[in-house]
Design a binder for this molecule. Structure first.
Ligand code: MLT
Length: 268
């Protein structure tokens, strides 16, 4: 990992491989290591950039509200600092996908393609937003144990919960170790995020939509709807996987993304 100052914040980032830049943005409340099974295979195809988003992993924690727009600004500044001027493939999972939509909104000339994994276009309902704000307060006073208890079972499909306890425990440890100030700031940003459904038909980029077949947070039908709204988007559902499809079934996930990247490179 190297520390890079991007915008107003210091981010930890790994960069591996050469060629077409592929940026992987992780989900909440994890860090870049959720892409460990992708970095090697994708680095054989391009330059893989895997940051910790602000407030997570080794990146700087800034109290307050970390909006999806701010995280997109951070990544734009990160690319400037790394002197990456070729158009990138932006691959974001869940919160990383919300950031991908904002990156598209603000910096679309920097994009070559989008990979939207286990994410949503809709905003929080008022009830969900208010529950997130309450959770932000309790994380600040009590730490992330309650968040881990509530969230970890929802991150995985039944097959993973039954037969891959090591993966479940590793992510539980990540949630427990996540900095409370960073988690609270992201929760406020998640609660404030806007509905991007109306933008979907305007996305004119090669797009791959990937979802775990048993995703309980961004369900298959909702993700199929995102793919249907983006002209020409490809849709792949990953068997034996829930919300963290890249970790739960990396073989199927990597095959889908590698085939997509091969098409993107071929059609360049
Ligand atoms: C994530 O995985 O990033 C979260 O599930 C996003 C969310 O809670 O909306």
């Amino acid at each position: 990992m190297v520390k890079v100052r991007a915008c107003q914040v210091e981010l930890d980032v790994t960069v591996a491989g050469q060629g077409m830049p592929i940026l992987l943005a992780h989900g909440f409340p994890l860090d870049h290591s959720m892409w460990d099974e992708q970095i090697g295979p994708l680095a054989a195809r391009g330059q893989v950039i895997t940051p910790d988003l602000r407030g997570f992993g080794g990146s700087q924690v800034i109290a307050g509200t970390a909006t999806m727009e701010q995280m997109a600004d951070d990544l734009n500044a990160l690319l400037d600092t790394l002197a990456i001027d070729r158009p990138i493939v932006f691959c974001g999972l869940s919160m990383g996908g919300y950031v991908a939509f904002q990156f598209w909104r603000k910096y679309r000339s920097r994009l070559r393609a989008l990979v939207l994994c286990d994410t949503r276009a809709v905003a929080d309902t008022p009830e969900a937003a208010s529950a997130r704000l309450k959770l932000a307060s309790s994380v600040l006073t009590e730490g992330t144990r309650g968040l881990a208890e509530a969230m970890v079972p929802k991150l995985f499909g039944p097959a993973t919960l039954e037969s891959q306890p090591g993966i479940v425990e590793a992510q539980r440890e990540k949630v427990l170790a996540a900095p409370p100030e960073g988690v609270a700031a992201a929760l406020r940003g998640l609660a404030a995020r806007s509905d991007v459904t109306d933008y979907l038909p305007q996305i004119a980029l090669p797009t791959l939509v990937i979802v775990g077949q048993d995703d309980a947070i961004s369900p298959v039908d909702e993700m199929r709807g995102i793919a249907a709204a983006i002209a020409g988007a490809e849709f792949v559902s990953i068997p034996r996987a829930g919300h963290l499809s890249p970790l739960e079934n990396p073989a199927a996930f990597n095959e889908a993304i590698e085939q997509f990247l091969a098409r993107v490179e071929r059609d360049r």
